[in-house]
Design a binder for this molecule. Structure first.
Ligand SMILES: [Zn+2]
Ligand SMILES: [Zn+2]
Length: 418
C-alpha cells in the first residue's frame, strides 16, 4: 500500500470521528427542541447540583440509560451510515471509517458502565461532569468543564457541544448574553450606542459608562448609566462586582496634534485608563462562577496592525493592544479584543462602515466565541493581526514570569450562587 492509500484511510478515520461528534451535538440540540427526546434528556439535567456532584446515585445511573446510551446508539448508527457512504465512493479505503464506529462503541460501553453504577467509569469517562474547582476559563476549541457547566446552570439553550466546540460556534451558541449584565464605556459614542442596542437586543441588561452629562437612551428609553472620568477608574470597582461583561470601548483621536498635551491625552485615555479599568475588573473575578461567566472585551482597533492615519492614535492603541496580549497570559477570565476598521463616527467622520453594522457583527462573532473579533474591510488586518497576536504573545510568554492568579477557591461559590 502506498502512502497515499494510508493517508486516505486516515482522512476517513478523522472525518468519521468528527462526524460522530457533530451528530452527538446535533442530537443534543434536538433533545432541547423535540419533546420525546427532551423527556429522555431531562434525566441528564436532573442529575447534577451546581458543584457537579450527582443529586442521587440512582438518578445518575438512570440518566445514563435514558440519555447517554441512546445518544451513543445514534452515534453508532450514523457512523455506520458514513461508512456505507464512504464504501460507495472509495471502497478500498472506506474501512478507515471503522474508527468512528469504534469511537462511538467506546461511548456506548462507558455509558453502560456508568449506568451499572461503577465509580471508576464516572471518574474516567465523564470528564466534563467531574466536580472540583475550575482552574481555567471556558476553552475555545475543546469542551472543558467550565464550558459545559454553563449548559447546565447558565443557559440550557446554548453550549450544546460535548467535545469539540464547532457546532456551537456555527450556531452562535458558544456564548450566551441572555440575562448577563454588560457595561460599556464610551457609551455616548457611535459604537458605544450601537453596541448597547445590539447587546440589549440579545437579552443582556446593559449599563452605560460615560463621561458625558447626557442621559443615554435606547429606543426612546433611558438606560441605567454611571458617570466616570479618566483617572477615576477605581471608583467603578463596586459597579464591576455586579457586571458580567465589561466592554472597554472609549477612546480619543487627536488626529494631527503632536503637542506634549496630545501625547499625554492619547496615552492616558486610550491606553492607561483602559488598562486601569481592565485591572479593576479583573480584581472582581473571584471564584469559579466568575471565571466561567465574566468576560472583558477591549476595543483595541485595527490601528494595532495598520495605519490609522493618526500617529498618536496608533501609538496609544498599539500600547493597549500589547497590554491586553500581556495580561491575557494570566487572565482569570476570557478577554476578547475588538479589532475594528474605520467606521463612521465623531472620531472618524470619513469612516466607511456603519456603527450599527459593526456592533451587530461584533455581537455575532462573540456568540461564536471568537476571541479576536476582527470587523474591517481591510484584508491585510485578517492576515497581520493573527500573526502579530501569536508572535507577540509567545515573546511575552517566554520573557516574563506568570503572575500568581488568586487562589482557586473551592466550588462552594458555585453551589451558593445557583
Ligand atoms: Zn451535562
Ligand atoms: Zn442539555
Amino acid at each position: 500500500m502506498t502512502i497515499l492509500h494510508w493517508s486516505a484511510i486516515a482522512a476517513w478515520a478523522i472525518a468519521a470521528i468528527i462526524w460522530v461528534e457533530v451528530i452527538r451535538d446535533l442530537y443534543h440540540v434536538l433533545a432541547h427542541i423535540w419533546p420525546p427526546l427532551t423527556r429522555l434528556h431531562n434525566w441528564h439535567h436532573r442529575v447534577f447540583r451546581p458543584d457537579l456532584t450527582p443529586t442521587s446515585a440512582l438518578i445518575y445511573r438512570q440518566a445514563q440509560w435514558y440519555n447517554d446510551v441512546p445518544e451513543s446508539c445514534v452515534m453508532i448508527a450514523f457512523s455506520l451510515a458514513l461508512w456505507g457512504l464512504a464504501w460507495s465512493v472509495t471502497p478500498e479505503v472506506a474501512w478507515g471509517c471503522s474508527a468512528g464506529v469504534l469511537y462511538s462503541l467506546v461511548f456506548l460501553l462507558s455509558a453502560m458502565a456508568r449506568g451499572m453504577g461503577w465509580a471508576w467509569a464516572h471518574d474516567l469517562t465523564d470528564v466534563t461532569h467531574l466536580p472540583g474547582p475550575f482552574p481555567t476559563p471556558p476553552s475555545r476549541w475543546w469542551v472543558n468543564r467550565p464550558y459545559h457547566w454553563r449548559h447546565h446552570f447558565e443557559n440550557q439553550n446554548a453550549y450544546f457541544c460535548s467535545t469539540l466546540t464547532v457546532v456551537d460556534q456555527l450556531m452562535g451558541t458558544a456564548l450566551s448574553l441572555k440575562g448577563k449584565t454588560i457595561a460599556v464605556t464610551g457609551a455616548s459614542g457611535t459604537l458605544g450606542q450601537a453596541l448597547l442596542g445590539q447587546l440589549q437586543a440579545n437579552g443582556a441588561k446593559v449599563i452605560a459608562l460615560t463621561s458625558g452629562h447626557q442621559p443615554i437612551e435606547l429606543n426612546g428609553q433611558e438606560i441605567p448609566s454611571q458617570r466616570w472620568q479618566v483617572g477615576e477608574e477605581a471608583a467603578l470597582a463596586e459597579t464591576f462586582a455586579n457586571v458580567d461583561i465589561l466592554v472597554i470601548n472609549h477612546g480619543i483621536n487627536v488626529h494631527g496634534d503632536r503637542s506634549p498635551d496630545a501625547i499625554d491625552q492619547s496615552y492616558q485615555v486610550n491606553a492607561f485608563s483602559a488598562w486601569r479599568l481592565m485591572e479593576a475588573f479583573l480584581e472582581t473575578v473571584d471564584g469559579d462562577r466568575d471565571r466561567v461567566r465574566k468576560e472583558l472585551w477591549v476595543n483595541t482597533s485595527e490601528a494595532e496592525v495598520n495605519p490609522a492615519f493618526s500617529p498618536l492614535y496608533e501609538l496609544s492603541k498599539r500600547t493597549l493592544g500589547d497590554l491586553v496580549t500581556l495580561r491575557r497570559l494570566d487572565s482569570p477570565c476570557i478577554i476578547r479584543k475588538l479589532i475594528l476598521g474605520p467606521f463612521k463616527s465623531n472620531l472618524n467622520p470619513v469612516g466607511v462602515m456603519s456603527g450599527d453594522r459593526v456592533a451587530a457583527k461584533i455581537v455575532k462573532l462573540a456568540q461564536r466565541d471568537v476571541r479576536n473579533i476582527i470587523v474591517t474591510i481591510n484584508p491585510i488586518t485578517w492576515v497581520l493581526h493573527p500573526l502579530k497576536e501569536l508572535t507577540v504573545s509567545l515573546y511575552f510568554r517566554w520573557l516574563t514570569r506568570p503572575y500568581p492568579v488568586t487562589e482557586i477557591c473551592a466550588n462552594q461559590d458555585i453551589s451558593s450562587e445557583s
